[in-house]
Unconditional design. Structure first.
Length: 274
């Protein structure tokens, strides 16, 4: 059966595979589209197995909020090169996965991979794309936040994304300020009470050890350690950080200036290559 350019173009639109891959699959299947699609899928699995030991550190970190605004999801789709990460098809595929996550609210990453797009599981689609793109792909991260209002921020370039849950529905600009604060200042928790006792003790021990190395007397070690811990809280917990847009106030003070009961319920931050 003669394979026409229209046939190749049609298969390419159906699979996203390259022109030659589509032509070869159609020739091998004697023009049968279903068989050609299966050939391309199997080829993706073969390429994926061959590239399993490759590093996939590049990719995109993107986030999205539901239409209602009370749920946000974030995914990270990795590839081998920044060139592929910037291509329209790669970004579109990542966005399709993210849209599915927002709409279906999976419990975790494994549950997300089992969800289907056009009848195929996301996990299988990622594998198939390896054969189409020619690089290792990995859906490596998924997180979601539910709150009265969720705000997302994606830094230009799709390498850094944040989600922030607010305790009340507020002007989107206010939520965006906090989402950008999380992006810029990389806090480890919302407030002091969210830091585990193990982390607190570790930070205090670091303070004691630094004081010992500086020759401070033993009777001052605990007070110095407490001071170091308070500095850690100030620098590393969101509500106690200086507000990046006005360092004369903390993030908590900024939010209370909007509404005395307004606070952050949680956040997620992901930065590729860090």
């Amino acid at each position: 059966m003669a394979i026409t350019a229209a046939d190749v173009s049609k298969l390419r639109k159906m699979t996203g595979a390259g022109m030659m891959d589509c032509k070869n699959a159609l020739e091998e299947s004697n023009g049968n589209f279903d068989q050609a699609i299966e050939i391309i899928r199997k080829r993706g699995q073969l390429v994926a197995s061959k590239r399993a030991d490759r590093d996939a550190w590049e990719g995109v970190a993107i986030a999205k909020v539901s239409d209602i605004g009370n749920l946000g999801a974030m995914i990270v789709l990795n590839c081998e090169t920044d060139f592929v990460a910037k291509t329209e098809n790669f970004i579109k595929f990542a966005q399709e996965i993210l849209d599915t996550a927002v709409n279906q609210k999976p419990a975790d990453l494994d549950a997300l991979k089992s969800l289907k797009i056009d009848g195929r599981s996301i996990g299988d689609l990622v594998t198939e794309r390896v054969g189409i793109i020619g690089e290792k792909l990995e859906l490596s991260y998924f997180a979601k936040i539910e709150a009265p209002q969720v705000i997302q921020y994606i830094h230009p370039g799709n390498k850094l994304a944040t989600l922030v849950g607010m305790s009340k529905v507020v002007d989107v600009k206010i939520g965006k300020d906090i989402a950008m604060q999380v992006a810029a200042m990389s806090p480890v928790a919302v407030d002091k009470s969210d830091i585990s006792p193990e982390v607190i003790e570790k930070e205090k021990e670091i303070g004691r050890e630094q004081a010992r190395n500086e020759g401070k007397p033993d009777n001052m070690l605990e007070r110095i350690a407490e001071g170091k811990l308070n500095k850690f809280f100030k620098e590393s917990t969101l509500l106690n950080q200086d507000f990046t847009k006005d360092s004369s106030k903390t993030v908590r003070q900024y939010l209370q200036g909007v509404d005395k009961d307004l606070t952050v319920t949680g956040f997620v931050r992901y930065h590729l290559n860090q």
